[in-house]
Design a protein around this ligand. Structure first.
Ligand code: GLN
Length: 491
């Protein structure tokens, strides 16, 4: 039998329905690949073969009766930020060590309810704060890709680096991620996978460990645009448990892929052009625009004048919300407790021992910008800038249907390369944070390889609830790019 783990999600779902193989065989193949790869790649904080095999047994019974659900039998990886009932969920933090949620996140409940199986929980930056998965308190996650002629370990990006690595290395058919400033799209770009975040509120945040609630977007990481469409279609949907969840009809995203880009106006934001942009990235961007033009789209230049304020604005709002969300980890209710002499010392010692340095930095920045005397100068002003950034998008979308930009300023970088310099790490999200601040849907599509053989992605951004346009343009890019490269299996 062919290697089942190399299949796309779409091909695997077809194979299951045609009885080419069973859900049990598919799950076993992914469990075996994931178990053998994890020592080298460190994508999974926990493997959950029992969960996967139990789901597969139910899938085989349903497939036999012709009662397959949309993702029947699909082995997926779940970012360890999603609460999974009875299965340890740590957010890659020591402070949540041993926490077994008594309930299921809405997104995972929807996926499992549609027949998906969980191979394991994937690593991330602690509380999703980072761009390389290196702030994870438990594992070192490595990108399956290596530069030509080099054995140096590269990061898969972050914060959903475990999910991205697992998809790129064929350890699962797709994965969940979350994107607060780029954490789905940046690791997808760095691993040659497809990453999508929908409009803010499209996928419920219920049961997703909160980082910055007004910016957090769950979404899929997948091998192809079609696979991402299939996953998002199941993950999205109204949830009364999340007050910001959108109550909208979820269209068939995969069907939208066939629409093509003929007549679509593709906007290139002029502020994204910078002198420091590596040639490989600017060339790819130009090529991407040519591809879409070749398929009948019109290319227009647009302006997003407040782009330069996006990162500073994000690094005020995100830490502010994080400092408030993370106040609940006090040693009383979840995970770790370090007993001090009295209540306040217990809080302090628990939080000092349980949070890593990046999380502590965010909590300190967040409490500072929210404190009396600084609130107006920082937090309030950042909120006003955020509004301007959202207005920029609204104006740009009067002139175009979808924006095309690079996904990241570079390809995958080495482990340790940016850990001592938080600002250079933060700069990874220069092209992605704006879409979170504005709440608009965005996608990263693998579009080419750098001179040293590493994947690079292009980003598409659509207006609110413009996911169908996003998938139509994503499919067009994917087809034109013909990106079929896979990392060589060294693990
Ligand atoms: N890299 C950004 C940060 O560190 C974004 C992370 C994310 O999207 N979760 O905050």
């Amino acid at each position: 039998m062919a290697d089942l783990s190399a299949l796309t999600l779409d091909a695997a779902l077809t194979g299951l329905r045609n009885k080419d193989f069973s859900a049990k065989e598919l799950a076993e193949s992914h469990i075996a690949t994931a178990e053998s790869a994890n020592a080298s790649l460190g994508c999974f904080l926990k493997l959950t073969p029992d969960h996967a095999l139990k789901a597969a047994a139910e899938s085989d019974a349903r497939l036999a009766k012709g009662e397959a659900r949309p993702l029947e039998g699909a082995p997926l990886a779940i970012k360890d930020l999603f609460c999974t009932e009875g299965v340890e969920t740590t957010a890659s933090s020591k402070i949540l060590e041993g926490f077994k949620p008594p309930y299921e996140s809405t997104v995972t409940r929807r996926l499992f309810g549609a027949g998906a199986a969980m191979v394991g929980k994937t690593s991330l930056d602690e509380f999703a704060m980072g761009s390389s998965t290196e702030t994870c308190a438990y594992s070192k996650t490595v990108n399956p890709w290596r530069a030509n002629g080099s054995n140096a370990a590269l990061t898969p990006g972050g914060s959903s680096g475990g999910s991205a690595s697992a998809v790129a290395a064929d350890l699962c058919l797709g994965a969940t991620g979350t994107d607060t400033g780029g954490s789905i799209r940046q690791p997808a770009a760095l691993t040659g996978t497809v990453g999508v975040k929908g409009t803010y509120g499209l996928c419920s945040r219920f049961g997703v460990v909160a980082f910055a609630s007004s910016l957090d977007h769950p979404g899929p990481i997948a091998k192809t645009v079609k696979d991402a469409a299939l996953l998002l279609g199941v993950m999205a949907g109204h949830d009364p448990n999340d007050a910001t969840s959108l109550d909208v009809e979820i269209p068939d995203y995969a069907a939208a892929m066939g629409k093509g880009v003929k007549g679509l106006r593709i906007g290139l934001p002029k502020e994204y052009v910078s002198d420091g942009m590596p040639e490989a990235i600017s060339d790819l961007w130009k090529t991407g625009a040519d591809w879409l033009k070749g398929q009948g789209a019109e290319i227009v230049e647009v302006s997003l004048p407040h782009t330069k304020y996006a990162l500073p604005c994000y690094y005020i709002i995100a830490p502010a919300e994080a400092s408030s969300n993370l106040a609940r980890y006090d040693g009383m209710r979840y995970g770790l407790r370090v007993d001090g002499e009295g209540l306040v010392p217990t809080y302090e010692e628990t939080r000092a021992a349980g949070f890593g340095p990046e999380v502590q930095r965010r909590v300190m920045i967040g409490t500072y910008v929210l404190s009396a005397g600084y609130y107006d100068a920082y937090y309030l002003r950042a909120q006003k800038v955020r509004r301007k950034i959202a207005d920029d998008f609204a104006k740009a979308f009067e002139q175009c249907d979808v924006l095309l930009t690079p996904a990241t300023p570079s390809g995958a970088f080495a482990l340790g390369e940016k850990t001592d310099d938080p600002v250079s790490m933060y700069l990874n999200d220069i092209f992605t944070v704006t879409a979170n601040l504005a709440g608009v849907p965005a996608m990263s599509v693998p579009a080419g390889l750098s001179a040293d053989g590493l994947p690079l992605g292009l980003q598409l951004i659509a207006p609110p609830l413009g996911e169908q346009t996003l998938f139509a343009a994503g499919a067009a890019l994917e087809e034109a790019a013909g990106f079929t490269a896979k990392p060589e299996r060294w693990w």
